[in-house]
Design a protein around this ligand. Structure first.
Ligand code: KOT
Length: 829
C-alpha cells in the first residue's frame, strides 16, 4: 500500500512518467529491452522465437498497466461483480488477440519490420493455450473477451493445468495422443502471484464443537493443498478495461506431512509433498460420460474452494455485512463442473461465518446461476456418495441437508408423489448411491439456462421437466455467441479490411449489428468481386497448409467443404464420410463426358476423438482409409479430395474457417446443445449445410433457409423415427456405401465392422440412414448454388451480414441484464 502514501506517491509518478507509449520507436526500445533483460539474449542476435518472447513481454507490460488501473477502478466503484467459474478455458494464442484489442497491430508490425522481423511469423511462434476440450471451453474464452470489451466488472476463475488437451498425431491413419506440456517454453501471458494462495482441505473427519454456546461442525482435514494464483490479463477492445482470468495451480502446503518430517522420513516427506501438485496436472479429455473419478472431484473442489476464498476475501475487504454478498457477487456455473461451489459456500457461511441455515441458504440461492451445455443424459454428472464422503465429508452432510429441505418443500407443493420426488431428489438411490450434480445445480441456482432456444426447450421438456413444472420462472434461454474480434479481426484480416471499407467504419468490431448494412450491397458486383478475392486469398493459405501437412495438392476452384469439431457419433462425421464415398462412387460410375459437370470438392475433416472412445477413433481411421483411395485415383483427379487435418485446435480453426466455402453442422437433431463453430463460419461468409439442431434454427431465422442448405429429421421427429427405425429400410444408396466399407473397399474390413454395425441391423441410433437421402439432396443443392457464382457470392455476403446476433457481445449483454444483474464499470479513458 506504500504507493498511496502522499509524498511518495508524487515521486512515483515522476519516476514513471505516464503510460508506456505505443509508437513504433517506443515499441522497438521495449522489445530490445526485453530481448536483453528478460529473454537474456544479445540484442544483436536473436531468433524468431526470442523476438516473439520479447514482443510478448512488451505487450504484456501494456496489459499489466491497464489491468492495474481496471482493478483499482473496480475497487473504488465497488459494483456488483460477476465471477465466471469454469473448469475449462480454450484461449488459443494470446499475442495476436492482445495486439488487436490494444489497437497496436500496425505499430508492432512496423517496429518489427525495422528490426528485421515479420509480425505474422512471430505470431506463429506461439503455441495454443488449450486448457479445455471444445465448444464449452472456447465459449468461455469468447465470453471473457466480450466481458472485457463491454466493461463489465467480471473475473474468470479456473485451473492452470500443466498438461492441456492432448495433441493428436496420426500414424497410419490412427489417432495417437501425446501430452501437451504447454508450459515448456514459459508462458509470458501469466503473472504468478506467489502471495495469493489459499489452503484447500480434503478428506478427514467432521467433529462438533461449541462456539458461542452453539453447536458447530468442524472439519478436520486429512490433507491440505495450497492453491497459488496465476493471473491472465484479458484486454477489451476499444477500451482500457482489462479483466482477469485467475487460474489456480496446486502446490504442497507448508504443513504437508509434518508427521513424516518428525519421524525422520525426510525423503518420503519431500516425495509426498510433490504429490499435491497432481491435482492441477492434467485436463480431463471430455468423453461425455462421467465415471466418478476421485482426481476429477478433487480438481473441481480445489479450484472452487480457492476461488470462493478469494472472492469472499475481496468482498470482506470492503464490506462488513455478509448479508450484502448477493448485492455484490454473481457466481456463474459453467455447466455442472464447478457445482460443488454451492455446497462450499453453504459450508463457509454455516461453519466459518456461523450463519443460521436460513440466512446461509438465502444468500446461496441468490448468487448462483447455472448454464447447462448438453442434452446427452450420459453427460449429466453423477458422483458416488462414497467418493464424496471420503474426499469431502462435511459437504456430503450439507448436500443431505439441502436435499432434505428441498424434499420437504416439494412435498408441500406436490403432495406425496414419491415417484416424482425420487426423480427430482439430489440423491439417487440404487446399488451405487449417487449425487446428481445437475439436480443440485438447479435447486441451488436462481436461474437455469440452455445455450440455444431449441436446447432450452429440451431442458424444459426432457431433461429438467419436473423442475421446470415446479419453477418455470427459473428457466431462461441464452443463445451462444462468439467474438468477432478473434473470429474476424484476428483470423481474417483481409475480410476485416473489406467490411470496414464497405461500411465506411470500424465500429462493427464493437457493434456487430452494423454488419446488417452489408445486405444493401449483397448484389453489388464490385463488392462481390472483392469478396471473392478475399476468399481466394484465404483458400490459398489453407491450400498451402494442406499441402505441407498432407502432401496433397488441392485445386482452388474446388468448393472447400469443411467439418471441424470434436469427433462424436452424434456429430455424425461418419455421415459426412459416407456422403464422400457416395460422391466418389458416382464419379467412378459415370461416363467420362459427365464428369465435366461435376462440381469439384475438397472435403476437409478435422477433430480429436476422446482417447477412450473406440468408435470415434474408427471414424478417424475410416476418413484416412477413404482418403487414401480417393486421393490417389486418377479417374477422380481434382473432382474430389478428402483431407483429414490433424491436431485440430483454435489456431488451426483460425486458418481453416476463413478459407472455407461450405461448412457442415450435421448432428442428429436434438443432440447439439448449440454449436458455435457454425457461427464462426457464418461470420466469415461460409455457407452452412446443417440439420435443424441447436443454434441452426436461430441462424435460419436470421439469414433465411434459402441462404442455407438444411436437411434431415427435425428435433420432434427424432424420437418417433427411432422407435420405427427397425421397421424402415435404409435407402439403397446408404446400404450401398456402408456395404463398400464392410466389404473392405477401403481396406481394414475387420476393423470397420463394428463401426458399420452402429448404423445397420436396426441400430442406427443417430439416424444416419434415415437422413441420408435428404443429406445428399442438400449436398446437390450446394453444388448447384456453387456453380452460379453471383448467387453464391450473394449468399456468402448475406451470411456475414446476418451474423450479428451470434456475437458473444450480444450473449453477454443478455446475461448481464437478465441473469447476473451487473452493470458496466468503465475506466475513464
Ligand atoms: C461436456 C461435458 C459435460 C457436459 C457438457 C459438455 C460440453 C458441452 N462440452 N462442450 N459442450 C458444448 O458446449 C458448447 C457451448 O455451449 C455448445 O455449443 C455445444 O453444443 C456443446 O456440445
Amino acid at each position: 500500500k506504500a504507493g498511496f502514501l502522499g509524498g511518495k506517491n508524487k515521486r512515483m509518478f515522476e519516476l514513471m512518467d505516464g503510460f508506456l507509449k505505443n509508437d513504433p520507436v517506443s515499441l522497438q526500445k521495449d522489445i530490445l529491452h526485453h530481448v536483453e533483460y528478460t529473454v537474456a539474449r544479445s540484442r544483436f542476435s536473436f531468433d524468431d522465437f526470442e523476438a516473439y518472447q520479447a514482443l510478448s513481454h512488451s505487450v504484456r507490460d501494456r496489459l499489466i498497466e491497464r489491468w492495474h488501473d481496471t482493478q483499482q477502478h473496480f475497487k473504488k466503484k465497488d459494483p456488483k461483480r460477476l465471477y465466471f467459474l469454469s473448469l475449462e478455458f480454450l484461449m488459443g494464442r494470446s499475442l495476436s488477440n492482445s495486439v488487436i484489442n490494444l489497437g497496436i497491430k500496425d505499430q508492432c508490425a512496423e517496429a518489427l519490420s525495422q528490426l528485421g522481423f515479420e509480425y505474422e511469423v512471430l505470431v506463429e511462434q506461439e503455441g495454443d493455450a488449450a486448457l479445455g476440450n471444445g465448444g464449452l471451453a472456447r465459449l468461455s474464452a469468447c465470453q471473457m473477451d466480450s466481458l472485457a470489451t463491454l466493461d463489465f466488472p467480471a473475473w474468470g476463475y479456473g485451473l492452470r493445468y500443466q498438461y492441456g488437451l492432448f495433441r493428436q498425431i496420426i500414424i497410419d491413419g490412427f489417432q495417437h495422443e501425446q501430452p501437451d506440456y504447454w508450459l515448456n517454453f514459459g508462458n509470458p501471458w501469466e503473472i504468478e502471484r506467489v502471495h495469493v494462495s489459499y489452503p484447500v482441505k480434503f478428506y478427514g473427519t467432521v467433529e462438533e464443537e461449541i462456539v458461542n454456546g452453539k453447536k458447530c461442525k468442524v472439519w478436520i482435514p486429512g490433507e491440505t493443498v495450497e492453491a497459488v494464483a496465476y493471473d491472465n490479463p484479458i484486454p477489451g477492445y476499444g477500451t482500457r478495461n482489462t479483466i482477469n482470468l485467475r487460474l489456480w495451480a496446486a502446490k504442497p502446503s507448508e504443513g504437508h506431512d509434518i508427521e513424516s518430517y518428525n519421524t525422520g522420513d525426510y525423503i518420503n516427506a519431500i516425495v509426498n509433498r510433490q504429490k499435491a501438485e497432481i491435482i492441477s496436472n492434467v485436463l480431463y479429455p471430455d468423453d461425455r460420460s462421467y465415471q466418478g473419478k476421485e482426481l476429477r472431484l478433487k480438481q473441481q473442489y480445489f479450484f472452487v474452494s480457492a476461488s470462493l476464498q478469494d472472492i469472499i476475501r475481496r468482498f470482506k475487504d470492503v464490506h462488513d455485512n455478509i448479508d450484502e454478498f448477493p448485492d455484490k457477487v454473481a457466481l456463474q456455473l459453467n455447466d455442472t463442473h464447478p457445482s460443488i461451489s454451492v455446497v462450499e459456500l453453504m459450508r463457509v457461511l454455516l461453519d466459518e461465518e456461523h450463519l443460521s441455515w436460513k440466512k446461509a441458504w438465502n444468500i446461496v440461492k441468490k448468487v448462483f446461476t447455472f448454464t447447462s451445455h448438453t442434452v446427452l443424459p450420459e453427460a449429466l454428472e453423477k458422483v458416488p456418495v462414497d467418493l464424496i464422503e471420503s474426499v469431502l465429508p462435511r459437504h456430503l452432510q450439507i448436500i443431505y441437508d439441502i436435499n432434505f429441505a428441498f424434499m420437504e418443500e416439494l412435498k408441500k407443493k406436490i403432495g406425496q408423489d414419491y415417484v416424482r420426488m425420487s426423480r427430482m431428489s439430489i440423491v439417487e438411490e440404487g446399488a451405487v448411491k449417487n449425487i446428481r450434480v445437475a439436480n443440485l445445480s438447479v435447486v441451488c441456482s436462481h436461474t437455469v439456462n440452455g445455450v440455444s432456444k431449441a436446447h432450452s426447450k429440451l431442458l424444459e421438456t426432457r431433461v429438467f421437466t419436473d423442475f421446470y413444472e415446479l419453477w418455470p420462472e427459473k428457466f431462461q434461454y441464452k443463445t451462444n455467441g462468439v467474438t468477432q474480434r478473434r473470429w474476424i479481426v484476428v483470423s481474417n484480416p483481409s475480410l476485416c479490411a473489406l467490411i470496414s471499407k464497405w461500411l465506411k467504419t470500424e465500429s462493427w468490431i464493437r457493434n456487430v449489428d452494423l454488419l446488417t448494412s452489408l445486405r444493401d450491397h449483397a448484389s453489388n458486383p464490385n463488392l462481390q468481386h472483392e469478396w471473392n478475392m478475399v476468399k481466394k486469398i484465404n483458400k490459398m493459405r489453407l491450400a498451402e497448409y494442406i499441402e505441407t501437412m498432407s502432401g496433397v495438392k488441392v485445386s482452388l476452384d474446388a468448393m472447400f467443404d469443411v467439418q471441424i469439431k470434436r469427433i462424436h457419433e452424434y456429430k455424425r462425421q461418419f455421415l459426412n464420410i459416407l456422403g464422400v464415398i457416395h460422391r466418389y462412387d458416382c464419379i467412378k460410375n459415370m461416363e467420362e463426358s459427365d464428369r465435366k459437370k461435376v462440381v469439384p470438392r475438397v472435403c476437409i475433416i478435422g477433430g480429436k476423438a476422446p482417447p477412450g472412445y473406440e468408435i470415434a477413433k474408427k471414424i478417424i481411421k475410416l476418413c484416412h482409409a477413404v482418403a487414401e483411395i480417393i486421393n490417389n485415383d486418377n479417374d477422380v483427379g481434382d473432382l474430389l479430395k478428402l483431407i483429414f487435418i490433424p491436431d485440430y485446435n483454435v489456431s488451426v480453426a483460425e486458418l481453416v474457417i476463413p478459407g472455407s466455402d461450405l461448412s457442415q453442422h450435421i448432428s442428429t437433431a436434438g443432440h447439439e446443445a448449440s454449436g458455435t463453430g457454425s457461427m464462426k463460419f457464418l461470420m466469415n461468409g461460409c455457407l452452412l449445410l446443417a440439420t435443424a439442431d441447436g443454434s441452426t434454427n436461430e441462424i435460419i431465422e436470421e439469414i433465411g433457409a434459402e441462404n442455407m442448405f438444411i436437411f434431415g429429421a427435425k428435433i420432434n421427429e427424432v424420437p418417433t423415427l427411432r422407435e420405427k427405425k427397425s421397421a424402415i429400410k435404409a435407402p439403397l444408396q446408404f446400404a450401398r456405401v456402408v456395404r463398400m466399407v464392410r466389404d473392405g473397399h477401403f481396406g481394414f474390413k475387420d476393423y470397420f465392422k463394428s463401426l458399420c454395425d452402429t448404423v445397420e441391423n436396426g441400430k442406427d441410433f443417430y439416424l444416419l440412414g434415415s437422413d441420408f437421402t435428404s443429406y445428399l439432396e442438400a449436398q446437390a443443392e450446394a453444388d448447384k448454388a456453387y456453380v452460379d457464382k453471383e448467387k453464391w457470392s450473394k449468399m456468402s455476403i448475406l451470411c456475414t451480414a446476418g451474423s450479428g446476433r451470434f456475437s458473444s457481445d450480444r450473449t453477454i449483454e443478455d446475461y448481464a441484464e437478465e441473469t447476473w444483474g451487473i452493470q458496466p464499470c468503465k475506466l475513464p479513458s
